[in-house]
Every structure is written in structure tokens, then in C-alpha cells.
Ligand binder design. Structure first.
Ligand SMILES: Nc1ncnc2c1ncn2[C@@H]1O[C@H](COP(=O)(O)OP(=O)(O)O)[C@@H](O)[C@H]1O
Ligand SMILES: [Mg+2]
Length: 252
């Protein structure tokens, strides 16, 4: 479903060159639940933007459902995003002036789905996230957890191949965050492919597979319950000579 071959994203600013993605190889199959983790600045957002077709790599190829999207122009990328990807953001990214159901309908509007069908699909998506009865409310009238569920409904409405969640619990209290993670696990159990981006090891544990980045490279890729998947937050591998050569990258 997702195949990244030797992906580089290189930023040049004056005489500073940053390898935000430094030769990433990654394959994600249909039905997987993968967390991309690592400390701030390791390249998570860069990779998320590439996987989410919001940006293209400097070098390397990216196949999404067999389609090479790595050299596409902006308008083609927008179409791919609309057809194949569902996004969940930390700040929900709902439009305040639109009602809950209008927010969920919006991507379908862009996709050219007619009004009746749009309404029907959005209604079902809201039912799935437990928000029946809130269709006519505005986002500001809902709690943070409910707003995040609206954004999940919006992601689901387009029936995407992949759901990309970037720090989806970052703005929520821990109990509500836990509920959102459980909901993502449920969606995965129903067959949805999920890529979760987080700096938080505890949250990453909700996924089945963890991909850990460090300085733009993958330093761990495997089950979330294995040694090395989750590194204690207080341990700095670079600073500790005994840990220095251990696999798993470092945390702040
Ligand atoms: N537009 C940009 N121009 C220059 N450097 C960038 C740009 N975007 C990101 N970077 C650099 O690339 C590295 C990875 O950034 P990012 O992907 O945002 O990491 P993360 O999301 O893990 O915090 C960082 O060193 C960051 O400063
Ligand atoms: Mg980031």
C-alpha cells in the first residue's frame, strides 16, 4: 500500500544542509497500525508530509497503492489526498463557521459527491464516532474530545486507504486521549490502515508496529511490544557510554 524507497528530504539554508529524511525505506501494508516516533526534530513531520502527499521528497520514490506520487505536481497531489488519505490533526482543523455535519461533508464536496449522498455519508460517519444528534452544532459547542471525533468522522467519510493521525491526542487530557487511541485501535480492527505520528512513547504503544526515527533515519522498525521499540524518556544513548551502542535511538 505504502512503499518508500530511499527517501531523502534535504533542506538547504545558506550554508546549512539538513537531511530531514535521510534515506528512508519503509513498507506499510493494508490493515497495519504503525506509529512513527522520535524526539523533536527527528523528521516525523517531514515524513508525515511525504506520506500524506503534502510534500514530495528531494530524492527517492513513493508508491501509494502502486502509483508513483513522488514526482507529482500540487494539483495531482491534492487529488490523491482527497481520494486516498484521511487526516487527523492535533488541533482538529475544523472550520468554525461550518456545522459539525458540514465539516464532515467538506472533503466529499471537494470530491464532487452530490449533496444528498454527502449528507448520508457524513451522517453515518458521525454515527460511527458516537456523535449522532450533534450534526447541527458548531465545533465551538463541543468538547475537545468531541471535536477530535468530528475530525475522525471527516477522515472516515472519504473512505480513505490510509488514515494519517499527527499527534491526535496532543491537545486532549489523558483520559480523552486514551479514548481517541482506543477508537483508532477499533478502526484498525475493522480493517483501516492507520499511521500515527507522535513524540510520546506511551501513545505509540497503541500501535502494533513502531518506526523510530533519529536524525532523519529509521533506527527501529518492529513490533511495539519488543525491547528497543520504546526507549525510556530519561535515557540519552549518546550521553551514556554503556548504552551508546544499543539499538533504539535516543530520547531527550
Ligand atoms: N522547511 C524547512 N526548512 C529547513 N529545515 C527544515 C524545514 N522543515 C524541517 N526542517 C528541519 O528538518 C528536521 C526535521 O524536522 P521535522 O520533520 O519537523 O521534525 P519533527 O516533526 O520530528 O519534530 C529539523 O532539523 C528541522 O529543523
Ligand atoms: Mg513535527
Amino acid at each position: 500500500m505504502i512503499t518508500l524507497n530511499d527517501i531523502y528530504k534535504i533542506y538547504v539554508n545558506g550554508d546549512t544542509t539538513t537531511y530531514a529524511s535521510n534515506g528512508i525505506n519503509l513498507h506499510i501494508d493494508k490493515g497495519e497500525f504503525v506509529a512513527i516516533v522520535g524526539q523533536s526534530g527527528c523528521g516525523k513531520s517531514t515524513l508525515m508530509n511525504i506520506i500524506g502527499c503534502l510534500d514530495v521528497p528531494t530524492e527517492g520514490t513513493y508508491l501509494l497503492n502502486g502509483i508513483d506520487v513522488s514526482t507529482m505536481e500540487d494539483d495531482e497531489l491534492a487529488e490523491i489526498r482527497n481520494k486516498m488519505l484521511g487526516f487527523i490533526f492535533q488541533q482538529y482543523n475544523l472550520i468554525p463557521k461550518l456545522t459539525v455535519i458540514e465539516n464532515v461533508e467538506l472533503p466529499l464536496l471537494y470530491a464532487g459527491v452530490d449533496s444528498d449522498e454527502r449528507h448520508e455519508i457524513a451522517k453515518k460517519a458521525l454515527e460511527r464516532v458516537g456523535l449522532t444528534g450533534k450534526e447541527k452544532n458548531y465545533p465551538s459547542q463541543l468538547s475537545g474530545g468531541q471535536q477530535q471525533r468530528v475530525s475522525i468522522a471527516r477522515a472516515l467519510a472519504g473512505n480513505p486507504s490510509v488514515i494519517l493521525a499527527d499527534e491526535p491526542t496532543g491537545a486532549l487530557d489523558s483520559r480523552t486521549g486514551r479514548e481517541v487511541l482506543e477508537f483508532l485501535q477499533q478502526l484498525n480492527a475493522e480493517g483501516n490502515t492507520i499511521v500515527l505520528i507522535t513524540h510520546d512513547n506511551t501513545i505509540a504503544k497503541a500501535a502494533k508496529r513502531i518506526v523510530r526515527l533519529h536524525d532523519g533515519s529509521v533506527v527501529y522498525d518492529g513490533p511495539s511490544d519488543k525491547d528497543g521499540a520504546v526507549v525510556q524518556a530519561h535515557v540519552s544513548f549518546d550521553d551514556d557510554p554503556l548504552l551508546k551502542n544499543k539499538k533504539g535511538g535516543k530520547e531527550k
